[in-house]
Design a protein around this ligand. Structure first.
Ligand code: ADP
Length: 272
């Protein structure tokens, strides 16, 4: 048995009648509800593409299709299989993040290398899905900007890449995305991604980093989203003692920032 934490609410009606409402809001119950939601979400995310694939297999088995049609079906099946793969990979990434202890400060990752890789990947993605977009990366490799972050390279890369990828995916073809790394006077630093995309309504902001939470499901799906990206970013940030900050104005755009604390950073003289 557990001790229940009760919230008590007293309602008084006009005719003098009173009603006392008690509600059990124990953490145990909340955790259980979250687990149930999560399992339901995962099942849904996998079942949808699975149903499509199963349907196509049946079609291929029962109908004689011409080669062109057949390859169209196979391409659609491959697309759905990739979707399932992305969901599973995202979930595995999250559970790895949860299972491993926070990284120490043993490994130093060069900021410039992280950002360079991010930029290369961003330009490739952008050329593919939004060639008209303006993509700017701040000059992070200026001599005075050289430095390192203590952490796990793959995790840090996935956090930065996720934010940049989202900005490119959600911003229209004629919009712009600005990526910056800014050292602060106190030795901390802020990585920021600003876009001129659709923005996120205030009502959605508090939930945006929850697993599988999306503002626009079909838009997310059309651009290969799983709804797990920001959950991963938040986890990685937390594990590195950093904070994920989101500012957004609906219809104007969003700015996502990761603020790294000074104790996880070091600046050094560039080797010129
Ligand atoms: P997804 O795979 O759906 O992009 P994320 O966890 O990365 O999942 O993001 C969750 C949701 O947050 C997205 O579905 C989208 O609605 C919203 N979102 C994320 N980044 C942006 C952005 N830069 N501009 C507008 N909306 C965004």
């Amino acid at each position: 048995a557990h001790v229940a934490r009760l919230s008590i609410q007293l309602c008084a009606y006009g005719d003098g009648q009173k009603l006392m409402l008690t509600r059990d809001v124990t953490a145990v119950e909340q955790a259980e509800a979250m687990r149930r939601d999560f399992v339901a979400n995962v099942s849904h995310e996998i079942r949808t593409p699975l149903t499509v694939v199963a349907g196509f297999i049946e079609t291929l088995q029962t109908l004689t299709l011409d080669p062109q049609e057949k390859s169209r079906y196979l391409a659609l099946m491959a697309q759905q299989a990739q979707r399932m793969q992305r969901v599973v990979e995202g979930l595995l990434a999250l559970s790895r993040l949860e299972a491993s202890p926070p990284p120490g400060i043993a490994e130093w990752v060069p900021v410039a290398a992280l950002l360079e890789r991010c930029e290369q990947e961003a330009r490739a993605l952008q050329a593919l899905i939004a060639p008209g977009q303006t993509l700017r990366f701040s000059q992070f490799n200026r001599p005075e900007d050289v430095g390192d972050i203590a952490g796990v390279p793959a995790e840090l890369h996935s956090a930065l890449a996720n934010l940049v990828g989202n900005a490119i995916r959600y911003t229209p073809g004629d919009g712009s995305v600005d990526v910056q790394w800014a050292w602060q006077p106190d030795g901390s630093a802020v990585f920021s991604v600003r876009d001129t995309g659709p923005g996120i309504d205030a009502e959605h902001l508090p939930r945006i980093t929850e697993r599988f939470y999306r503002v626009d499901r079909s838009r997310s799906r059309d651009t290969g989203g799983t709804g797990l990206g920001l959950a991963i970013v938040k986890h990685v940030a937390q594990r590195h003692g950093a904070q994920l900050l989101i500012e957004s104005v609906a219809g104007k755009g969003s700015t996502f920032r990761i603020a790294f604390p000074a104790f996880r950073l070091r600046r050094r003289q560039a080797q010129l």
